[in-house]
Design a protein around this ligand. Structure first.
Ligand SMILES: *Cc1c(COP(=O)(O)O)cnc(C)c1O
Length: 365
């Protein structure tokens, strides 16, 4: 069987090192806010080639904390509008609504599945405070026009970089393009911990400091609480694992890029629409997402032949029960994408034989 993503196999590559650092953390007697987390923040800053990193408990918290910090700093307030892609994982939207800000859902571009940057200006009102871009599937969502718009209307640009660590736009790492970015190290992400964790990066030291304080009960000095914060800290254990795995991320990304190039070159079936790799943007292929008219049929066909696939995502955020007020929004492109996408296996440990097998079945379909 070709697994969609074999986490056991991915982590088995580094098992000896992971077990060693786990033992070190256990023996250290220090499990939070320690050397491993500090080291990871430094390592992430080096990897990002600039900016400050703050380790947090997960990717959703990373994004929530960015907005919460802007609110504490007086730059945003309840009811302000945030432009965000309608075609995203729900966490991007939850981070906004959790802070009582208003998400303004914008349709994606059919070619990239990312936010259609041409539609943004018409959505800007006097209440708009930020644009959140999501580098969905690992593909960069950025251009000069976006930078100019942000400047023209004094908007913050926040990157949801949960799926795109390692990607670049004109040489600059995603997560370093905008004002602040949220990262997720959920086990299935390109840099996966062995549990939950996440991070914020920003070039704004005051924002970084505020987020660090907010994530630790609103306190930067023990038993002194400046803000009504939350508990969103990265465990020393997860930081230790990430310190090991970050060293291999570039190699793993190369592996994903090779597989994607091979898929793009060899899948030949008029019923299947392939993703576009993009030109300036470097794509890190968190997911390899194709489209087809009858994706349930294709998924069944592949499954019968032993190929696991997933749907990212079956239902868009605005049609979820939790967002009942958004249910009647007209977002036809987002809905069509959600109805047609199917994600093929892609991972740094996928073998050539597995890759050939998947391609053969796709071409036979
Ligand atoms: C995974 C993900 C998140 C949330 O990350 P968690 O670590 O699971 O909280 C946010 N946005 C996107 C686009 C994601 O894929």
């Amino acid at each position: 069987m070709v697994k969609f993503l074999d986490l056991q196999k991915i982590n088995a590559q580094y098992a000896a090192e992971l077990k060693q650092v786990a033992a070190d953390v256990i023996d250290s007697g220090w499990y939070l806010l320690g050397e491993q987390v500090k080291q990871f923040e430094n390592n992430l800053e080096v990897f990002q080639e600039g900016g400050s990193a703050v380790a947090v408990a997960n990717g959703l918290d990373a994004l929530r904390l960015i907005f919460k910090a802007y609110i504490e700093l007086g730059l945003m307030e309840e009811g302000d509008e945030i432009i965000v892609p309608a075609n995203t994982y729900i966490a991007s939207i939850l981070a906004i609504t959790d802070n009582k800000l208003k998400p303004v859902l914008v349709e994606p571009d059919f070619d990239t599945y990312n936010l259609d940057l041409n539609l943004i200006e018409s959505k800007i009102t006097s209440k708009t405070k930020a644009i959140m871009v999501v580098h969905l599937y690992g593909s960069v969502c950025w251009n000069e026009g976006l930078e100019l718009l942000a400047k023209k209307y004094s908007l913050k640009v926040i990157e949801d970089n949960a799926q795109a660590i390692g990607a670049r736009w004109k040489g600059i790492r995603t997560g370093n393009l905008g004002d602040a970015a949220g990262f997720s190290f959920y086990p299935g992400k390109n840099l996966g911990a062995l549990g939950d964790s996440g991070a914020v990066t920003t070039k704004d030291p005051e924002l970084a400091k505020t987020i660090r304080t907010l994530a630790n009960y609103g306190s930067s000095q023990k038993y002194v609480n400046q803000y009504q914060g939350l508990n969103s800290r990265m465990d020393e254990m997860q930081a230790a694992f990430l310190n090991v795995k970050l060293r291999y991320l570039d190699d793993e990304t190369l592996q994903r890029q090779k597989i994607a190039a091979y898929y793009l070159e060899n899948i030949k079936n008029s019923k299947i629409i392939l993703p576009k790799a993009g030109e300036v943007a470097e794509h890190v292929w968190h997911l390899f997402v194709i489209r087809t008219n009858n994706r349930n049929e294709l998924q069944e066909f592949l499954s019968k032949n032993g190929v696991q696939t997933l749907i990212h995502y079956p239902t868009p955020p605005h049609l979820q029960e939790c967002y009942i007020d958004f249910n009647d929004f007209s977002l036809p492109i987002t809905e069509q994408i959600h109805n047609e996408v199917i994600s093929l296996p892609i991972s740094p440990v996928m073998t050539d034989e597995e890759l050939e097998l998947v391609i053969n079945f796709l071409n036979e379909y």
